[in-house]
Design a binder for this molecule. Structure first.
Ligand code: NOJ
Length: 499
């Protein structure tokens, strides 16, 4: 009886919301920008990445990736976790798609595992079982009417290529392009949204805090910029290849995914405002300036050249693009994809004269004690920051189309009644809609991170971002939709943000 009454109430609420949504849609059609409702063309999705969810790390011909090697050799630095089973999506992709269907998801972002498709890293031997896995997943998505956004590289380098220097090897550009070529040719008939590379800053610089424990001799301050340089060239060459070889028949759109936090001056002083701008340029401009304008931001070129000289280097630690490379990279994007999570207050720090990206950046950051904490200590909640991030990108890069490819809230409990996550999504979307209506920023999509709980890199399984809970203690990794998944479902259906 109670359940029936509840069901009726739910239906009535749903009908009322649909009516309101219909009314607001009419307003939208009448050319007003309503801050409470998203247009029907706006893409709502959720994302994952191969290493974080698939497991099946050595099955059916897959070879080890950098993260398989790292987690099976030095799990001590990853909260004693490996990705060997992870969320078991290699076996349970059908359950994943069933969860997407249950929450009415329209778009799904996932990544391909390079070493599952090319176990040697190189294109001379393709692992058909690995290819089949992604075909199966795409079949399942197609049957459910869910549009894929596919990331070609989300940090899991084939270990074979790491043995050749990974992203610090100039040949990595060609290796990546050969792999991207295979991905486009195999899956491009049904993938229309491509991300070449996810968050180069994270695997070129962020990962160093883990790697220095294992390789104290790592040439910090050089590693970051070599890695970033070849990642930019690899992206641009893959982009050009797509345009030349596939665009006419496949008609997809290609870009790379960059991350940016909201960086605000600690105070209103000019020095602090400049410090925040400097951090934006080192964080996002490092990759976005070359792709949009054809070269690194001036401030990076000057600071790194000066610091390198004072440290005794004969040439700058920041590599230079040749003139033909500048032509190659400039304009190599169809839209901008950004991952954004949190905000920082920024001020300049004392300069320490040892080579490193962090010393070149030379800023220090803090977060307000008033912001809610989350499962990751560095990611305090400040949804207003998303609007500022969008505005900065729009102002700095001539109003491009922007898709938010990651944004999410983590906890450490995977609680089903996840009201903090619901509040986070609602507040963030409120700011995104304000950005669209009041700041005229061209945002066309939002992908919540992540669809399901998964392996959170060096935090192992202690941090959960998912809309769907995965029980990592159960052998079959049972999946259960959290309340946030139902909230998201309602939002996707009605397009309404609840005030
Ligand atoms: C960025 C990465 O792309 C993703 O893999 C990670 O899980 C989230 N941010 C959260 O840290």
């Amino acid at each position: 009886m109670y359940r029936e009454t509840n069901f009726c109430i739910e239906r009535i609420i749903f009908c009322v919301l649909m009516l309101i949504s219909y009314y607001f849609n009419r307003l939208e059609a009448a050319d007003t920008c309503n801050t409470s409702i998203f247009p029907s063309t706006f893409k709502f999705g959720a994302g994952t990445s191969a290493f974080q969810i698939e497991g099946g790390w050595n099955e059916d011909g897959k070879s080890r990736s950098s993260w398989d090697w790292l987690s099976n050799t030095y799990s001590i630095y990853l909260n004693n976790a490996t990705g060997n089973v992870a969320s078991d999506s290699y076996h349970q992709y059908k359950q994943d798609v069933a969860s997407m269907v249950a929450m009415g998801l329209q778009n799904y972002k996932f990544s391909l595992s390079w070493s599952r498709i090319l176990p040697k890293g190189l294109n001379y031997s393709i692992n058909q079982a690995g290819v089949k896995y992604y075909h199966n997943l795409l079949d399942e998505l197609e049957a459910a009417g869910i549009e894929p956004l596919v990331t070609i590289y989300h940090w899991d380098t084939p270990y074979a290529l790491d043995l050749l220097g990974g992203w610090t090897n100039p040949k990595m550009v060609d290796y990546f392009v050969a792999y991207a070529d295979i991905a486009f040719s195999l899956f491009g008939d049904r993938v229309k949204l491509w991300a070449t590379i996810n968050e180069p800053k994270s695997f070129c610089e962020g990962i160093l805090s883990v790697l220095v424990n294992i390789f104290p001799e790592l040439p910090i301050g050089t590693y970051e910029y070599l890695c970033g340089h070849y990642a930019i060239l690899a992206h641009a060459k893959a982009y050009r290849l797509y345009k030349k070889k596939y665009q006419a028949t496949q008609q997809g759109r290609v870009s790379l995914i960059l991350n940016l936090s909201c960086n605000m001056g600690l105070t209103n002083s000019t020095a602090d405002q400049e410090a925040a701008e400097r951090k934006n340029l080192f964080e996002f401009g490092w990759f976005a300036h070359p792709i949009v304008y054809g070269d690194y931001p001036d401030i990076m070129q000057v600071v790194i050249a000066n610091n390198s000289a004072s440290q005794g280097f004969l040439i700058s630690r920041l590599p230079k693009f040749t003139s033909s490379e500048k032509l190659l990279i400039k304009g190599a994007y169809d839209f901008i994809m950004v991952n954004t999570y949190t905000s920082y207050m920024v001020t300049m720090a004392n300069y320490s004269n040892s080579p490193s990206y962090q010393n070149d950046l030379q800023t220090s950051t803090s977060q307000s004690s008033e912001w809610l904490s989350s499962g990751l200590s560095t990611l305090k909640v400040h949804p207003e920051g998303t609007r500022k991030v969008l505005k900065w990108i729009s102002d700095t890069y001539s109003s491009p189309e922007i898709i938010i490819t990651e944004n999410g809230f983590s906890d450490n409990t995977a609680i089903l009644n996840d009201t903090d996550r619901i509040r986070f999504i609602n507040a963030t979307l409120t700011n995104i809609r304000l950005s669209m209506c009041s700041d005229s920023v061209n945002v066309t999509g939002y992908f919540y991170w992540s669809l399901i709980d998964s392996m959170e890199w060096n935090n192992g399984y202690t941090v959960k971002f998912g809309l769907v809970q995965v029980d990592f203690d159960s052998e079959n990794r049972t999946r259960t939709l959290k309340d946030s998944a139902y909230y998201y479902k309602n939002l996707i259906q009605t397009r309404l943000i609840i005030g």
